[in-house]
Ligand binder design. Structure first.
Ligand SMILES: C[S@@+](CC[C@H](N)C(=O)[O-])C[C@H]1O[C@@H](n2cnc3c(N)ncnc32)[C@H](O)[C@@H]1O
Ligand code: SF4
Length: 381
């Protein structure tokens, strides 16, 4: 039987960098080019060559999911992204019901783009909404307004996308519980089947981190973050979205299969500048800058910057770290007696789901989800 290999395609361009974001992405001005159309052609050419390298290394494989992430994939002409899908189709076997996700920004997506990328085979749109409150979007330095999210979701549905997701961020400086409730209610009024909700992380070196250290912005207290998570979970569940991972909720059939592939240890190949890959116990990552990436590829070299080989201990720790975040949890037979013993203390404090424990599975309770990191630290000593 052929092995399975998912693809992540990194598109390292954004129109403007949001103040909180430290993803591997570049604006036209940082690249000293005002024109993304002309940048995209050579970048995609290099990505096609990397897909050819993947085919040489892996041989035949069935591709269950492809994810175009960024950066902002919707800034590129859809025809460029279509070239990638065609190349993967040419070199591998696409699974019959393949999931192909495109990340889009609400204000850089058009009806034409969505129609074209849908015709090229995309099945799912994931949109960065973050908040429905103008003052919060301003603090996050986003360029869109709340209405553009509703318009873009409607466009995606009209284009025929069955699966549409929005990303939200909670815990921004100045965001009140009522602001967050407004964002949740706005998201739940959209015609979507998936929501990701992330606590804001203040990444070192970002504009947001500088604003906070200068005292211009203040982060809300930590316990507010827990209240916001619980409010989100309560409203999502009431609206028919079930949690399937700590930060992800979906309607039935709406789970993101690509993300599940990351979490369950499946193999994936990350194509593009700075992309990470995982295959047979080896994890590697590419050179970060699009110019160095293209340079390496143009010399027929692998774009790999560095790699690590995961030991059986690393793999079993990672399994616990990722799997504990999922609703299906961890079967007891994947834990050693000492881990079972330590987990029992969390069970008696109400942080684990009792019924699942009786079914020989470790699954976090709602309150346990709030301290998932602490539980992992206790289990993976
Ligand atoms: C890399 S972005 C790509 C999507 C698209 N460019 C956008 O921003 O709409 C993917 C998601 O990561 C999340 N994200 C990025 N930086 C974050 C941070 N510092 N804290 C929490 N979430 C973050 C945001 O929710 C964002 O929608
Ligand atoms: S648009 Fe998305 S990827 Fe680009 S800077 Fe903003 S959050 Fe980061």
């Amino acid at each position: 039987m052929s092995q399975r290999l998912s693809f992540y395609i990194h598109i390292p361009y954004c129109a403007k960098r949001c103040g909180y974001c430290d993803f591997n992405t570049y604006t036209p001005s940082e690249l000293k080019s005002g024109d993304l159309d002309s940048l995209s052609d050579p970048y995609i050419d290099s990505a096609l060559k990397e897909i050819e390298m993947a085919a040489k290394e892996v041989g035949s494989a069935i591709v269950p999911t492809i994810f175009f992430g960024g950066g902002t994939p919707s800034l590129l002409p859809a025809a460029q992204l279509a070239r990638i899908i065609d190349e993967i189709r040419r070199r591998f076997t696409l699974e019959k019901d393949i999931e192909i996700t495109i990340e889009v920004n609400p204000d850089s997506v058009s009806k034409e783009f969505l129609d074209e990328i849908k015709s090229a085979g995309a099945t799912r749109v994931s949109m960065g909404m973050q908040s429905a409150v103008i003052s919060v979007l301003k603090v996050l330095d986003r360029t869109h307004n709340p209405e553009s999210v509703g318009d873009a979701v409607a466009m995606a549905r009209t284009a025929g996308f069955k699966h549409v997701s929005v990303d939200l961020i909670y815990g921004s400086p100045g965001e009140t519980i009522d602001d967050w409730r407004r964002s949740l209610e706005y998201a739940l009024a959209l015609d979507i089947d998936h929501i990701s909700a992330y606590a804001l992380i203040v990444e070192k070196g970002t504009k947001l981190a500088a604003q906070i250290s200068r005292g211009e912005l203040t982060m809300p207290p930590d316990d507010q973050s827990a209240d916001k998570y619980l409010l989100a979970d309560q409203l999502f569940e009431a609206a028919g979205f079930s949690w399937y991972e700590l930060s992800n909720w979906s309607k039935p059939g709406g789970q993101c299969r690509h993300n599940i592939a990351y979490w369950d240890g499946s193999y994936w190949w990350g194509v593009g500048a700075g992309a990470h890959s995982y295959l047979s116990g080896k994890r590697w990552w590419n050179v970060k800058h699009p110019s160095s990436y293209q340079e390496k590829i143009s010399h027929g070299q692998s774009p790999e910057l560095s790699h690590e080989i995961l030991t059986p201990e690393n793999l079993s720790d990672e399994f616990i770290m990722l799997q504990i975040r999922r609703r299906e949890g961890i079967l007891h037979n994947r834990l050693n007696p000492s881990q079972i013993h330590r987990a029992e203390e969390f069970l008696s404090s109400g942080f684990l789901d009792i019924e699942s424990w009786q079914d020989m599975r470790l699954v976090l309770s709602r309150s346990g989800r709030l301290i998932a990191d602490k539980i992992v630290r206790e289990l993976v000593l």
